[in-house]
Design a protein around this ligand. Structure first.
Ligand SMILES: *[C@@H]1O[C@H](CO)[C@@H](O)[C@H](O)[C@H]1NC(C)=O
Ligand SMILES: *[C@@H]1O[C@H](CO)[C@@H](O)[C@H](O)[C@H]1NC(C)=O
Length: 192
């Protein structure tokens, strides 16, 4: 089921990047970003690194989009104000160059992230990022099978030890009985 969702996100991402690229207003704004696509595991962090160059005070806005929803993450103007949406306030760290870090990732965080840089004059520019968040299922299964193996070995050793103890106990009992037999005969015979 998750694989289908992954493909959906990718299709949406490709479509939106093309659209945004064709529609962007060529202004005095430039956005440099070294990496556009990220894959992370649940509970990890992601750092969307961008460097915004703008002639006047830029306003930076981050938006999250997936096949199901589109919501604002936060808006800030370096040195002026920072407004992070309540849902994200504990997990988002804004940077003056426009970058944003998102910590403690959840499965629902997988999707498309857009940074929009707006100039006071009115022009704006967007850059999109794709984030895939995967569950750590494989490691869990591996951990489980290793634990099961260790438990099975332990149970085997325990059974072997019990079998050996039982054997030893029987031997001792038999040996004692053999040793006591003549003595008993002797004590019983004494009064006669
Ligand atoms: C933006 O600033 C952060 C923190 O100072 C830095 O780690 C990051 O590399 C910068 N991004 C770019 C693309 O320069
Ligand atoms: C912060 O953003 C929210 C929604 O994006 C908006 O309703 C609110 O007025 C903003 N607050 C400030 C102080 O700009």
């Amino acid at each position: 089921m998750w694989h289908f969702r992954l493909w959906d996100v990718q299709d949406v991402a490709v479509f939106l990047s093309i659209t945004l690229y064709m529609c962007h207003l060529a202004g005095a704004i430039s956005i440099h970003s070294p990496q556009r696509s990220f894959t992370r595991s649940v509970q990890e962090d992601v750092f969307f690194s961008v460097d915004v160059n703008c002639s006047r005070n830029p306003t930076i806005q981050w938006t999250f989009m997936s096949a199901a929803v589109s919501r604002s993450i936060g808006t800030w103007q370096p040195g002026m104000y920072t407004n992070i949406t309540v849902d994200y306030s504990s997990r988002v760290q804004p940077y003056d160059n426009g970058s944003m870090s998102l910590s403690d990732l959840r499965l629902q965080d997988g999707g498309f992230y857009v940074v929009t840089v707006m100039e006071t004059a009115g022009s704006s520019k967007d850059v999109g990022f794709v984030l895939k968040v995967k569950e750590v299922l494989y490691e869990d299964l591996q951990y489980l099978s290793v634990s099961a193996l260790v438990l099975a070995c332990f149970a085997g050793l325990l059974m072997l030890a019990m079998w050996l103890l039982d054997k030893a106990y029987r031997k001792i009992v038999a040996w004692r009985r053999r040793k006591q037999m003549p003595e008993n005969d002797a004590t019983e015979l004494q009064p006669l």
